[in-house]
Design a protein around this ligand. Structure first.
Ligand SMILES: Nc1ncnc2c1ncn2[C@@H]1O[C@H](COP(=O)(O)OP(=O)(O)O)[C@@H](O)[C@H]1O
Ligand SMILES: [Mg+2]
Length: 414
């Protein structure tokens, strides 16, 4: 045998599959620009990347079906591809991810002896709150939050805080968000005021009693689960509130790192900062320094990065999932304190070019890192997600096991 050839034999390139969904309308769903950028970055960094759909993806053999991109012809081509080392879940909507056949594919990846799946499901705002509430450090970062269940609870929380945000636990992009407060109108000093987020502006209405307010909220919420949350007085720029969007990702060593911090400035008439709702992308340093000055702004940005990593670690630990990235919405209040609003396990593309570039490289490097790692035996946490995925929605909170009560401090156990 030629020893030299054995010694110099190249290790096979790691293979990454981007998993998405075929809804019958298009060959596959999701942001294609994003997929193409990942394929290109993979080529540069030595990772084979293809896109596959939950219906095509069969992992019992050596090969499966996937889409590769032909950069010259600018076309996708469906072809036979090797079963990957790593799967990146980019199924774009919760309704798709919840389908039994989609769950089956995700299960199969989790059970497979060699494949590493990261970001196995969407987050849910209530579950995130519970996860962060488990640690003394992260608990302080979350505004007071409760499930929205009765008008009495709403009235009680409204006694404690001057305003509350009501948010669907499975919402995104500002959809379904409401804000309640005691009236700020001199004409209706005793009323409650409800702001609902319309397309790019909010619409305010007034209610003389908590029960009339409650009726309206229930009408608007329909059968969706909601949380109610203390409203944080956000720092503003030219009278418009803003918040920070942080992209946190694992790097080539599998360690959490901050790919970038962006800022979103609320539209003039909006209760949220989303760009499709009249908000705009801006520079965090510029926005923060108008209130806090340059010195403190630098400190706040450093603190934001440290905090985002602490939060990511806690989410990962409490969820028991393998996570490679998440984006986070963090608020800075008028005093410079940081607050956690939500994290997203399917982050939208960051348009800021340096963040964009780093984010693609991190994803590819992390995939190469995962590909080189042996899959660990099923841990208790893994078993837990699997049971959760099988029996309930993958988004629901893990049920506390009796045994874990022992691990709680007496003050937490209550
Ligand atoms: N508790 C709060 N206090 C102040 N502003 C909030 C609060 N919760 C949400 N917001 C504002 O609303 C936006 C959307 O809330 P978020 O929880 O991120 O929901 P979505 O999933 O719709 O993006 C935030 O980016 C922030 O600007
Ligand atoms: Mg958000």
């Amino acid at each position: 045998m030629d020893i030299d050839a054995v010694v110099h034999e190249k290790r096979p390139r790691p293979t990454l599959a981007i998993l998405t969904y075929d809804d019958g309308e298009r060959i596959f769903r999701g942001n294609r620009e994003n997929y193409i950028d990942l394929i290109r970055t993979g080529q540069e960094l030595g990772v084979n990347v293809y896109v596959t759909t939950t219906s095509d993806f069969k992992i019992s053999g050596k090969n499966t079906l996937g889409y590769v991109y032909d950069f010259n012809a600018k076309r996708w081509k469906k072809t036979e591809v090797p079963v990957p080392n790593v799967v990146y879940n980019r199924i774009p909507f919760r309704k798709f991810e919840l389908l039994p056949e989609v769950q089956q594919t995700l299960q199969a990846c989790l059970k497979h002896g060699q494949i590493r799946l990261f970001n196995p499901s969407f987050f849910n705002k209530w579950t995130l709150f519970e996860w962060l509430n488990k640690s003394d450090v992260t608990r302080k970062l979350v505004p007071a939050t409760q499930k929205l269940t009765t008008s009495e609870d709403l009235a009680e929380l409204l006694q404690k805080h001057r305003a509350l945000y009501l948010k669907p636990v499975r919402g995104k992009a500002g959809k379904g968000i409401m804000k309640v407060a005691k009236s700020t109108s001199k004409l209706r000093p005793n009323d409650f005021q409800l702001s609902i987020q319309d397309k790019t502006r909010s619409i305010i209405s007034y209610y003389p009693t908590i029960s009339s307010l409650w009726t309206q909220i229930r009408n608007l919420a329909g059968n969706q689960d909601y949380i109610m949350q203390q409203a944080i007085p956000l720092a503003t720029f030219k009278n418009r509130p803003f918040d920070l969007r942080v992209l946190v990702q694992k790097n080539a060593k599998g360690h959490w790192s901050v790919a970038g911090v962006g800022a979103r400035l609320a539209g003039k008439l909006s209760i949220t900062t989303h760009v499709p709702r009249g908000g705009s992308i801006d520079n965090p340093k510029k926005l923060l320094s108008s209130t806090f000055g340059l010195q403190d702004t630098k400190k706040i940005i450093r603190r934001t990065k440290r905090t985002a990593i602490t939060i990511a670690k806690q989410i990962e630990k409490a969820s028991g999932q393998t996570l490679g990235e998440m984006s986070m919405d963090l608020g800075v209040d008028t005093k410079g304190n940081l607050w956690f609003f939500e994290a997203n396990s399917k982050p939208m593309k960051f348009d800021e070019p340096p963040i964009r570039k780093r984010s693609l490289e991190n994803l590819i490097n992390y995939s190469a890192f995962l590909a080189g790692m042996k899959k660990r035996k099923r841990t208790r946490a893994r078993k837990r997600i699997r049971t959760r995925m099988r029996t309930r929605s993958p988004l629901a909170a893990p049920k506390r096991k009796k045994a874990s009560v022992r691990l709680l401090k007496p003050t937490e156990g209550g």
